[in-house]
Design a protein around this ligand. Structure first.
Ligand SMILES: [Zn+2]
Ligand SMILES: [Zn+2]
Length: 350
């Protein structure tokens, strides 16, 4: 059989499905590794026995731990400009502009947003024991390096832009319509329960510190317990696994389709070869039986007027051409009655 005959479209489909499958599998493996590391990591609560646990391991550093505690600032906390009673240790203010853009292909207006302003403020904070600050604390270093900031939305306001008639005309001409501005404030509030997953080290002064792992493993700060974080990570990992499987399935389907087509082409070619051999045999027999004169015989092919008619075209039943002319027909229709040819059989004369 020849090399796998793939059309350019199939080749593009196969290449992209294999590439995406590989990429999604890589993302799945990456997430699965993090999930395994979180599962293996010791799970600790902030308490006064934490330094003893650390010194029992014989080193001043635990490479990957999940530690749960309550957020407490070490200096003056940040106060929300919108709700004076809310205090936090991380604050993110975002101003987004929402506008409608005319999509000439879809013939409709589509939403689009643009971040106009983003500010992140933070103050040093610790994870304290729910029982009180006096029974141990772990300072959280570089919180902005966490995979995702553990923030909750405390303020949201959408300010609509008002338009005059002139503006409306301008919008239709330019294809852009401002909708308004969305102001949001997100905070990590003082007193929230937080799970930190990272490297736990003991400083020479005996204080504990949670920091991004030196080996580059994900540094997580998550509102809620570690099981919730693990479930989130597992669902993302599974999503990439199914996406990889789906792309792999598409690639396999393309290969199977090409193989199936190649098999049918091969069978057709074999059938044609067998047919040709049958006609060749018939021609040899006839040429030995007949003495062909220079004049075209009455039973000469209507196309080349040279060879003998040797094909019975089915289903119309016309006997009008030689096998070579039958093969050279531009379309599989009878040259006499134009009806489609399903099958051709050699003409045997007694
Ligand atoms: Zn002919
Ligand atoms: Zn016919």
């Amino acid at each position: 059989m020849d090399a796998l005959p793939l059309t350019p479209g199939e080749l593009v489909c196969l290449g992209s499905s294999l590439a995406f499958s590989g990429l999604f599998y890589y993302l799945h493996r990456k997430k699965a590794k993090v999930v395994a590391k979180i599962q293996e990591a010791p799970k600790l609560q902030v308490s006064e026995s934490l330094p003893d646990i650390l010194s029992a391991t014989g080193s001043s550093c635990l490479q990957y731990v999940a530690i749960e505690g309550v957020v407490q600032p070490t200096e003056a906390a940040l106060t929300s400009p919108y709700h004076n009673e809310l205090q936090g240790v991380i604050e993110r203010l975002v101003l987004k502009e929402h506008r409608l853009i005319w999509n000439s292909l879809a013939r409709s207006w589509t939403d689009s947003e643009r971040v106009v302003l983003e500010q992140v403020h933070t103050v040093p904070f610790v994870l304290a024991s729910p029982a009180g600050r006096s029974v141990g604390q772990v300072s959280v270093e570089s919180p902005l390096q966490a995979v995702e900031l553990p923030l909750e939305t405390v303020y949201e306001r959408f300010q609509q832009t008002s338009h005059g008639f002139k503006d409306l005309l301008g919008h239709y001409l330019s294809g852009e319509k401002p909708k308004g501005f969305l102001e949001t404030e997100e905070m990590l509030l003082v007193g929230s329960s937080l799970t930190g997953i990272g490297e736990l080290t003991m400083q020479p002064d005996g204080s504990l510190r949670l920091q991004p792992p030196a080996d580059g493993t994900g540094y997580f700060l998550h509102l809620g317990d570690w099981q919730a974080l693990l479930a989130d990570m597992q669902s993302v990992s599974n999503f990439w696994k199914w996406a990889a499987l789906l792309c792999g399935f598409v690639g396999t389907a393309v290969i199977l389709r090409a193989l199936f087509r190649a098999y049918w082409d091969y069978r057709l070619r074999k059938e044609q070869e067998a047919q040709q051999q049958e006609f060749e045999k018939l021609r040899c027999q006839r040429s030995s039986d007949l003495d062909l004169s220079d004049e075209p015989p009455e039973s000469a092919c209507v196309i080349c007027l040279t060879n003998l008619r040797e094909c019975v075209l089915l289903p119309c039943g016309h006997v009008c051409c030689c096998f070579r002319c039958f093969q050279a027909l531009p379309s599989r229709t009878c040259p006499i009655c134009r009806s489609p040819i399903d099958r051709v059989v050699p003409l045997y004369q007694a």
